[in-house]
Design a protein around this ligand. Structure first.
Ligand SMILES: *Cc1c(COP(=O)(O)O)cnc(C)c1O
Length: 354
């Protein structure tokens, strides 16, 4: 695994594994024994190291703290029924990592180094991949600017790190969704397509307001007119209308999700018609009203398919068909799991075996 990349490994002397309650794994709060770090300086990546998970020391003037030059990725490792550990489509995350890096004026990390870094730390902490249905090891690669300098300019030094979180079943309640017509997640010419920290910071306040009104999630619309659907929270918005899979086409305001791409690929293989195009709010509401909309969901690594129970638009609530009875959503969930957990032949080369 590490023959092309020399990674220095310092193992922990006090593993937390036996003290961790694998029955209670809230998302993002429990970390494995190790983490990976690497430095960028003088125009190159160096010091790839796996060390015990723990605090790091940084300058309070570190530019990412002040100007947000930082972004992340998110993917998962699965314990297959035969004991193998597989990571789902890390090549897609490696590409998106570099597309985020370019937009944030940060250095690229060669795709091979990204994948090998993740593979190495998952391999070392492979006992942390849960052995329970719907439980996974969440992988969080990220990069941040480290120059101790308060001038607004791209940093010359960066850190790349990978953290691992064993995680339980994602809360899969069907969602009450609000179509957002006031706030904006991303605008044309902005960086909504990058997994940049700033996009999430800006979404917290509208998210809090929506939660106070009783909603679980925001269905974001375009910044200019608020008439077109863009994304659902931090997931891609997808619909089944008239038996067709309909989803907003990716552009600079929309994150190009790996889950979205995988669902589109499978739907096409099933012979389903797929439309990637602009999707208007009016069309979605009309399809709910005339009964042609059978599914609405957010697609992302965390929940895979987060189904919508009802949509509220300009104060009026529209109830969708019961998602628990959705043929499409349930078939897609099973198909995705079968691939990720290695229960079917990996004909598309989506599983990276560690
Ligand atoms: C991460 C993310 C997604 C989903 O991407 P996946 O690769 O499927 O996990 C969609 N939208 C936003 C804004 C995201 O941050």
């Amino acid at each position: 695994m590490t023959d092309t990349l020399a990674i220095k490994v310092t193992k922990t002397t006090s593993s937390k594994l036996s003290k961790t309650d694998f029955e209670d794994l809230p998302f993002g709060k429990i970390f494995s024994d190790h983490m990976l770090t690497a430095d960028y300086a003088d125009g190159e990546w160096k010091n790839f190291e796996i060390v015990p998970y723990g605090n790091i020391s940084v300058s309070p003037a570190m530019s990412s703290l002040h100007y947000g030059q930082t972004f992340f990725e998110g993917l998962k490792a699965y314990r297959n029924d035969d004991g193998k550990i597989s990571i789902f489509r890390p090549d897609k995350n490696a590409k998106r990592f570099n597309s985020s890096a370019e937009r944030m004026c940060m250095p690229a990390l060669p795709e091979e180094l990204f994948i090998q870094s993740i593979g190495a730390v998952v391999d070392l902490d492979r006992d942390w991949v849960p052995n329970k249905k719907d439980y996974t090891l969440y992988i969080r690669p990220f990069m941040f600017a480290t120059d101790p300098y308060l001038g607004v300019q791209p940093s010359t030094t960066y850190k790349f790190m990978v953290l691992l979180c064993p995680t339980g079943k994602y809360f899969s309640k069907n969602l009450s969704v609000k179509i957002e017509t006031e706030y904006t997640r991303s605008a044309e010419g902005g960086f909504g397509y990058a997994k940049a920290a700033g996009n999430y910071a800006g979404s917290l306040y509208p998210g809090k307001k929506a939660a106070e009104q009783g909603f679980d999630q925001i269905l974001w619309t375009d910044a200019k007119t608020h008439e077109y659907v863009e994304e659902m929270g931090a997931a891609n918005a997808m619909f089944v209308i008239d038996g067709k899979l309909v989803t907003p086409s990716t552009r600079d305001t929309i994150l190009d999700g790996v889950t979205r791409d995988s669902i589109i690929t499978l739907a096409k293989e099933w012979g389903m018609e797929v439309e990637e195009r602009r999707v208007s709010v009016a069309e979605v509401i009309e399809a709910v009203e005339n009964g042609t909309l059978t599914d609405a969901f957010g697609a992302g690594t965390a929940a895979v398919i987060a189904s919508v129970a009802d949509i509220t638009y300009k104060g009026k609530t529209y109830t969708l068909p019961n998602p628990d009875e959705s043929v499409f959503a349930n078939k897609m969930r099973k198909a995705m799991d079968d691939i990720k957990y290695g229960r079917v032949e990996d004909t598309r080369n989506w599983n990276y075996i560690v």
